[in-house]
Design a protein around this ligand. Structure first.
Ligand code: HEM
Ligand code: HEM
Length: 180
């Protein structure tokens, strides 16, 4: 079967694309900040608060995005083999789930640690739970692994996007770019 010309394919809505690229930027910032904040003793500003605030913003945007996606669906797929369709669906839905569970786990661990959850200096949410450092450390350990899993999936996802664009030339990446 031939591949449909790229200009005939319908892309994601402007709203879905905007949220995709804003969240992509936030995730690609918060993971390195998360890794750096434990390593740099005297950071120029509070990297912990920056990491937490970015995470809260990701949680808010991903919740909106998930509701929008469930209500509106995705544009029709260009022709791609079933294997790529299944691999793409699993990765995309795993990212939706992980980008909601990971910040929630971080916020819960942070609250058990007795710390408030900041939002870019605008406001803070006080801890809901009684301080318990053992519970906090237990959840933080899971949070770290969830965060690294997000990082691994994002690498695969970016690799897949570039593979579709440069090697298969099947119009999949264009669906998420401005102008489609
Ligand atoms: C999508 C959102 C998030 C991602 C992808 C993420 C990712 C990560 C990663 C990869 C680490 C491990 C860094 C390392 O050990 O080198 C980490 C640590 C941490 N994160 Fe997050 N995080 C997110 C959201 C949050 C939120 C919302 C909070 C709190 C409100 C938070 C609080 C923390 C804290 C305090 C640590 C250090 C934990 C420790 O020292 O054991 N994170 N995060
Ligand atoms: C942290 C970075 C990123 C995250 C968390 C992310 C997440 C996602 C998610 C959850 C979807 C599914 C959208 C839906 O169907 O509702 C998606 C789709 C897509 N993403 Fe990303 N993305 C990221 C970065 C990128 C980058 C850098 C590229 C370009 C290489 C890219 C290209 C695409 C494309 C082309 C689609 C649509 C795939 C299709 O039509 O089936 N993404 N992304």
């Amino acid at each position: 079967m031939s591949v449909a010309p790229q200009s005939y394919q319908q892309g994601y809505s402007g709203f879905a694309k905007s949220l995709h690229w804003i969240v992509a930027l936030l995730v690609l910032t918060t993971i390195p900040v998360g890794v750096a904040m434990g390593q740099i003793e005297k950071a120029p500003f509070n990297l912990f608060n920056f990491h937490k605030s970015l995470g809260v913003l990701i949680l808010i945007l991903m919740t909106i995005r998930l509701i929008y996606r469930l209500m509106h669906g995705a544009p029709p797929e260009p022709y791609i083999p079933v294997f790529y369709q299944i691999a793409g669906s699993i990765t995309h839905w795993a990212l939706y789930v992980l980008l909601i569970i990971t910040p929630i786990s971080g916020a819960i661990a942070n609250m058990y640690y007795g710390a408030p959850t900041p939002f870019f200096g605008l406001f803070e949410v006080p801890p809901f739970f009684t301080k318990n450092e053992d519970t906090a450390n237990f959840i933080f350990a899971r949070h770290r692994w969830l965060g690294f899993t997000v990082g691994a999936l994002v690498c695969m996802h970016i690799g897949a996007g570039l593979f579709h664009y440069f090697i298969r030339k099947d119009g999949v990446l264009q669906r998420m770019l401005p102008g489609s």
